[in-house]
Structures are given as C-alpha cells and as structure tokens.
Design a protein around this ligand. Sequence first.
Ligand code: DAH
Length: 354
Amino acid sequence: MGIMLDQLESLRLSLLKAVSDAASMGELEEIETKFLGRKGELTAILRQLGTIPVEERKVVGSRANEVKMEGEAAIADRRQVFATSAHAEIADTDWADVTEPGVRPPKGHLHPVSQAIREITKIFDHVGFSRVRHPEVDWDWFAFESLNMPKEHPARDEWETFFVDAPETKQGRMVLTPHTSNSQVRELLLGELPIRMINIAKCYRRQIDVTHVPVFHQFEGLYVDKDVSITHLRGVLDYFAKSYFGPDRVTRLRPHHFRFTEPSFEIDVSCGVCGGTGLLNGAKCRTCKRGWLELGGAGMVHPNVLKAGGVDPKVYSGFAFGWGIERTASMKSGTKLDDIRILYKNDIRFLEQF
Ligand code: DAH
C-alpha cells in the first residue's frame, strides 16, 4: 500500500508542476490526457489495486480520487487563466464602442408620382371624396360609348387608344383605359347616391414624346347629387388648387368641349412663378401662358352620361374633372421637365431630388 501511496504522491506533484508550467491550452490538454486520461498514469497506478488486500484498496482508492480531483481543479484554474487572457487580448485588439452612433442604412423615398397620388388622395379625402378603384382594362362602352361618344364619333380620335386583342362583346372591344373617365358610369351604376369619388389610375395612350408617356396617371373626380351646380365645381377646384399648389393660387374656367360634360371647361391655375401676371422682371414669364397654367378638363356631367349610369338627370346633376398626375405634380414642384419620360427612367440622380 505504501508504494502505491508514494506513487500517487509523486504523480500528484509532477501533475501540479506540469500544470503550472503549461504555456497554452493545448499543453494543458496534453497534460490532462497524460496524467488523468483513460490510458494515463493514474489509471496505470490504479490497475495495481488488485494486487493489494481488500481493506487497503479503499485507502488507496480514495487517495487516488483526491489526487484526481486536485489535478482536475488545478487544470480548470489554469484554463481559466488562459481564457481570461485570451479575452483580454480580443478586447485590446478587436473592440467595438457600443455607444458610437450606428451606420444608417440608405433610405429611399416614394417616387414623385406616388407622392403626388398620396397627397391628392388626402386633399380630396378632407372634403369627402373617397378614393375608388375601377378597371384599367375596360370595355369600349365604359371608356367611350357611355360617355356620349358613339362608335364612329370623331371626338374619339383624341384618345389614341390601345385595343386589346380579345373577343368583342355587347360592350364592344376591350381597351387599355385611355383616361380615368371610364370610372364615371361604373360608379353611377353602383347606384349609391350621392357620389363623391376620386379615381386615380393608370391611363394608356399610343403617344410617346417629350410631353407624353404611353402609360401615365390621371385623377378623376365625380360629384353627383341633387342641385349640383357650377358653383360647387368652382369651390372644389379652388379648394384643390389652394391646398395643393398654395393659398395664393386661384383657378379659372375656360370654355371647352367634351362629349361627356355640358357645359365643359378647361381649368387653369394661376402661375406660381409670376403670380398670375404673365410678367417676370419686366419680361414675359417663361413658365406660363399669360399668367395661367392649364390643369385639365372639367364640366357638368352630361345628361346622357347620367342616363347611361341609370341615374335620372331630372333629379340629379353633377360635375366631373380629370387631370394628369404627372403634369399636375411637375406644375407643383415648378420643375420644368424638358422630357417627361425622365420620370420613368429610374435614374436615381433625378429621383433623389424630390
Ligand atoms: N377624360 C378627359 C381626358 O382624358 C379629361 C376630362 C375632361 C375628364 C372633362 C372629366 C371631364 O371628368 O369632366 O382628356
């Protein structure tokens, strides 16, 4: 027994010395295996247990256990020392100041046309015009016929229409809506009067040049109730011009002709650059025509249109208007776009300015 206890003591001493001399985690690992591993020195000593009397085995066994625990504790302590200094090294070389402001990811914004759509929607919402949706691919009947434009009527020529290659029905051929006015009769047919709607949608015309894109947007207003007059139209137009363009802007109605309104007007808004005078520093204002900018069409809904929508023109009357969003938006920002197509070229240098 004495020999084995001596062996254990010398193992203990060499183990502790080796641990305190170890210079790295790796060395510690080797030491652990060498002394305490399954095929290590401690196991080798314990293998001799069978050669000594039973009552002595207990003493040697428990001493071996103590040595093992002491060795393991020493190794764990030394590991801790290495780990701490490794952390310290990382902290010295690879640190982050968590109080430093972060790097903001680049943030975009809505396209100027989307901005205009949102703003216009809000302005009309304040006076009870709800935004509605109607098809952007529709039957000839809604785009023309029901708007008092029979099949062969020359007025149709103004709307350079794309026809869809689809079978003709009782409502005629299918078209890509060349204006948002198809929503008028569609809304009337819903039969919920009075109507105060704003329909903002894509329109398509076979035109492309510096002032036209083949896909553009319009917003269409329709107000139908009993006793609606031009005064109401005026009021709404002025309200819109002041809300959208600024409080000092005014509108004027110019006689015009549309098949679906009677009387019909072209709406102008006073020029924001020359203040409606047409003169800037003694010279002609280059933004407008004699102080006015053309906004778009409007008028009192034609009785035939009301009839097509199942509404009795003797009881009800209404007004409508329809303008291009791209045009209205560029009039607001005062940007003279040499070429309107730039709006849709996705050139970030242009878009970032809005
Ligand atoms: N739809 C017409 C166009 O595209 C614009 C228009 C004129 C709409 C008069 C209207 C209106 O609602 O009353 O040119």
